[in-house]
Ligand binder design. Structure first.
Ligand SMILES: [Fe+2]
Length: 465
């Protein structure tokens, strides 16, 4: 979505040491061009070091993906073991890091046990590139296993890293979730130029909070318009192959579309919860195209993939996550502009239990009960300026102030799954928690609107002095 000058003016400007800016900008610029430039992504001479990462990508019950970006060409290895001192650790060779991938790469750790903690360290050209104490992660339970897990999801990181740095630091300091989904607008490069894509990703991977968080929490991402192409971009975006190349370089996702149908979509499983991550840009018809039966957001192959995977899913809860909102009253740049495909998808899901839509893009956070049937939560902004959530009979919760992230807790240990939604604010902590019954999740009971948050609960509500 577009953001207005007013929204940009309200964006939080927080100086951050790793931004690479010569001077700290203390005034609120009125346009993006008045912001400090995005530092170029260029190799650094001398001994190798990690310019970004290690970032955990997809972590399955039996394997894990770890992403790194080095300062120059070299070899990466991981040591992985079950003890904090990494005695008896395995050494796993990663790919050669070369200029072809801007010195970024993903290492796969195979042969892991479910529900187990593993420690790891990174070496570049055989030299230690991470410090002790060693980072660790937890593998999820095996597919189909009941359990409790907490899923965090975010969108809209802002034009520059310092706008989102405090949010990442806060999330890292009080991590209360098992997996992180970045649902697009993860940078605001507004470009399909490869060098600019890389520079914007690198900038947004450098905040210390982001690095601390994603070294210990698995993170899977999809793009939305601003980190794919221009504002409200679609399948006609020139140079979209460059955006996909940059995307593949920086995400350790389980897949990048399908053979013969590339993109950022993928599916993964944690216990008895399935995650369907959508690509809502690469094959999208223009928002303003005529509303015909052929008008598509996902493209025919991705839609067929989604239906096939959903039909095959045995998971009790199925998250369908992407940048565009499903709510009926969505704006031009949302599912509302794709009525035929939206209707067909919702009809397909009519009798399916446990479907939850997760979305972003809107610069506010809102919970919806779409058509009184499907649960949706759109989460944001994590770093961008705020927009105001429009009133809608489908809304059961909304917040338009502050930098926010959302958590959905899923507990499948009982006879019926239990879900709870939590809203978190940077510096404010948890500002809302709503238990959602299985009847509410499946549209058999109306989700009552949440009372407004107490005055002053959101830090941004207080006037800056
Ligand atoms: Fe967006």
């Amino acid at each position: 979505m577009n953001i207005t000058r007013r929204q940009l003016l309200t964006a939080t400007l927080i100086p951050f040491a790793t931004s690479g800016f010569a001077a700290i900008n203390t005034t609120h610029p009125s346009t993006e061009s008045a912001l400090p430039p995005v530092p170029p992504d260029e190799p650094v001479d001398g001994p190798l070091f990690l310019r970004a990462g290690p970032m955990l990508g997809h972590v399955a019950h039996d394997r894990a993906l770890v992403w790194v970006k080095a300062s120059n060409a070299g070899k990466v290895t991981l040591k992985v073991g079950a003890t904090a001192d990494l005695q008896k650790a395995r050494t796993i060779a990663g790919p050669k890091l070369t200029a072809e991938t801007a010195f970024a790469g993903t290492i796969e750790i195979p042969e892991l046990e479910p529900g187990t903690r593993y420690y790891y360290s990174v070496q570049l050209d055989g030299e230690a590139a991470t410090l002790r104490p060693h980072a660790f992660f937890q593998t999820p339970p095996a597919p189909g296993t009941a359990g409790k897990q907490r899923v965090a999801f975010v969108s809209c990181s802002g034009y520059r890293d310092y706008m989102v740095a405090a949010s990442w630091a806060d999330m890292a300091a009080r991590t209360a979730f098992d997996v992180l989904l970045q649902l697009g607008d993860n940078h605001y490069g507004n470009t399909s130029d490869l060098a600019k894509q890389r520079a914007n990703y690198l900038m947004h991977r450098q905040p210390l909070g982001f690095r601390a968080l994603t070294a210990k929490v698995p993170c899977v991402g999809v793009w939305d318009d601003h980190d794919y192409g221009v504002n409200d971009s679609d399948g006609s975006q020139p140079g979209k192959e460059n955006s996909l190349k940059a995307f593949r370089e920086v995400w350790a996702n389980p897949a990048f579309g399908e053979e013969g149908n590339p993109g950022c979509y993928c599916k993964f499983t944690r216990g008895d919860v399935d995650f369907f991550m959508l690509d809502v840009r690469y094959y999208r018809s223009p928002d303003k195209a005529e509303k015909t039966d052929e008008k598509t957001m996902l493209g025919a192959k991705q839609l067929a993939w989604l239906k096939r995977e959903l039909a095959a899913s045995k998971a009790k809860v199925k998250f369908i996550a992407g940048g565009s909102v499903m709510e009926t009253g969505g704006p031009l740049d949302s599912w509302a502009s794709y009525p035929a495909e939206r209707r067909a998808l919702l009809d397909f899901l009519k009798d399916m239990e446990g479907v939850v839509f997760l979305s972003g893009d809107r610069h506010f956070t809102a919970g919806y009960q779409v058509e009184g049937r499907w649960l949706e939560v759109t989460s944001g902004p994590l770093g961008s300026g705020n927009a105001t959530c429009p009133a809608s009979p489908e809304v059961w919760l909304s917040c338009s102030e502050g930098k926010m992230w959302s958590i959905i807790e899923v507990d499948t240990t009982g006879p019926l799954p239990k879900l709870a939604y939590e809203l978190w604010h940077v510096t404010g902590g948890r500002t809302e928690r709503r238990e959602l019954s299985w009847e509410e999740v499946n549209g058999r009971a109306k989700i009552a609107p949440s009372p407004p948050l107490p005055k002053g609960a959101t830090p941004a509500a207080k006037k800056a002095k």
